[in-house]
Design a protein around this ligand. Structure first.
Ligand SMILES: Cc1cc2nc3c(=O)[nH]c(=O)nc-3n(C[C@H](O)[C@H](O)[C@H](O)COP(=O)(O)OP(=O)(O)OC[C@H]3O[C@@H](n4cnc5c(N)ncnc54)[C@H](O)[C@@H]3O)c2cc1C
Length: 387
């Protein structure tokens, strides 16, 4: 290591992406010196990560609940409950993920994490970089920056949720995840309830809106309160809250402006535009990036979105922006007439040409044909942008 680097790699942000990479580097015993700089002072159970996978996989030990079927339901009662043999919709608690990663990092003598450290700037310095923080500076060779970035997006998935516990059994099927229930759309966009039944008496319930602008937390909280009230759950005990604003459909070519710095995580393009899923994409990136570093090469960012996926997502999001009141109908058509294994492959970045054809055939032709021309103004006119 050249003497003007005090560490090989600094990872900015120890959330999903930062910890995923650091834990893999700790396991690999590369000998590279790595420091994760994280602003929060401690980790709490702040989010639920869900995804489709076969029952057994490399993260199975972290899955606390899974469901064999999933449901889409309109406010008008139209319902599609779907399942794919061998595939389950799976849930990892944020707190379990964080604890596992921190424990792996703790076993390494060359990978460490510093919490309660806020990074301010990253600049070129000699043949490396200088990272300024509110508690000193570092001069690494490389930086992986996973801090959230304020960028425009085509659509915002805004949600507020709770994990609740009740004294009496809850009115949910324990083997069915409610992906999009009570869907209703108007000129402002789609609203729906996401329901993850955990036990007979506990569940996660989230009120979600697709919107052209980030919605204020108070508005989302009011929507959630209305949902809980309508389900007779207003008096259930709240174990924890969870919420966020996911920017869907960002401008392409997200890259860092400082040589030696790689962007990753949501701020580096991890979020799938059409779904708001990022967890498995982050795991895939962390695997690749750790392998590059282990081989003595520089860290890498997320792979560019393949053309077909990028264009499908763009046209879909533009169609939703153009006719927000139709969004619920589009999702119910997808859920009702696309075979579930095809829809899951599409949402999990594994779509085949045949899957794309079935998805296109399930949607009304004219409104989607009208969205083939690009409409970059949908990004640029967004004034208020979520981090
Ligand atoms: C509530 C919620 C639920 C989600 N559920 C799913 C899901 O079910 N499935 C799915 O695929 N995706 C889901 N996502 C999307 C995505 O997987 C997560 O947002 C994921 O956490 C993104 O990882 P990240 O590392 O990019 O960001 P984060 O996990 O948010 O990590 C960024 C880190 O950077 C730190 N930081 C910020 N600024 C600084 C600074 N200046 N200095 C130092 N540190 C800083 C933050 O404290 C944070 O820890 C969800 C997102 C949210 C918000």
């Amino acid at each position: 290591m050249p003497s003007d680097h005090d560490v090989d790699l600094v990872i900015l942000g120890g959330g999903c992406a930062g910890l995923s990479l650091a834990a893999r580097l700790a396991d690999a015993r590369t000998g590279l010196t790595v420091v994760v700089l994280e602003a929060r002072t401690g980790y709490v159970d702040d989010r639920s990560w869900c995804f489709w996978r076969p029952e057994q996989h490399d993260l199975s030990h972290l899955v606390s609940k899974s469901w064999s079927s999933w449901t889409f339901r309109g406010a008008d009662g139209r319902t599609s409950t779907r399942a794919v043999p061998g595939l389950r919709y799976q849930y990892i608690r944020g707190s379990d993920f964080y604890a596992d990663a921190l424990q792996r990092i703790a076993t390494s003598s060359s990978v460490s994490i510093r919490t309660g450290v806020r990074v301010s700037t990253v600049e070129p310095e000699g043949n490396g970089l200088r990272v300024q923080t509110d508690s000193g500076e570092f001069t690494p060779r490389w930086v992986v920056d996973t801090r959230p970035r304020r960028l425009p997006a085509m659509l915002y998935q805004c949600f507020a949720g709770v994990e609740i516990e009740s004294d009496s059994p809850l009115p949910f099927d324990l083997d069915e995840a409610g992906l999009m229930t009570g869907m209703r759309s108007d000129a402002d966009g789609l609203g729906f309830t996401y329901i993850l039944p955990l036990t007979a008496t506990s569940a996660i319930i989230e009120w979600t809106r697709f919107s052209a602008r980030p919605l204020p937390p108070a508005e989302l909280a009011a929507g959630l309160a209305a949902v809980l009230d309508a389900k007779g759950l207003a008096s259930a005990r709240v174990i924890r809250n969870e919420g966020g604003v996911l920017p869907m459909g960002r401008p392409p070519a997200v890259s860092a402006s400082v040589p030696g710095v790689v962007l990753a995580g949501m701020g580096g393009g991890a979020l799938r535009a059409a779904s708001g899923y990022a967890f498995l994409r982050i795991q895939g990136w962390a695997e690749t990036c750790a392998a590059e570093l282990q081989s003595g090469r520089a860290p890498v960012g997320h792979p560019a979105e393949p053309w077909d996926r990028r264009e499908m997502d763009r046209i879909f999001l533009q169609a939703i922006r153009a006719r927000p009141e139709k969004t619920g109908d589009y999702f119910l058509r997808l859920a009702g007439s696309v075979p579930p294994e095809r829809l899951v492959r599409f949402l999990s970045d594994q779509a085949t040409v045949g899957d794309y054809a079935r998805i296109i055939a399930s949607l009304p032709l004219l409104p989607f044909l009208a969205q083939i021309p690009r409409r970059p103004e949908l990004f640029l006119r967004t004034e208020e942008v979520a981090g």
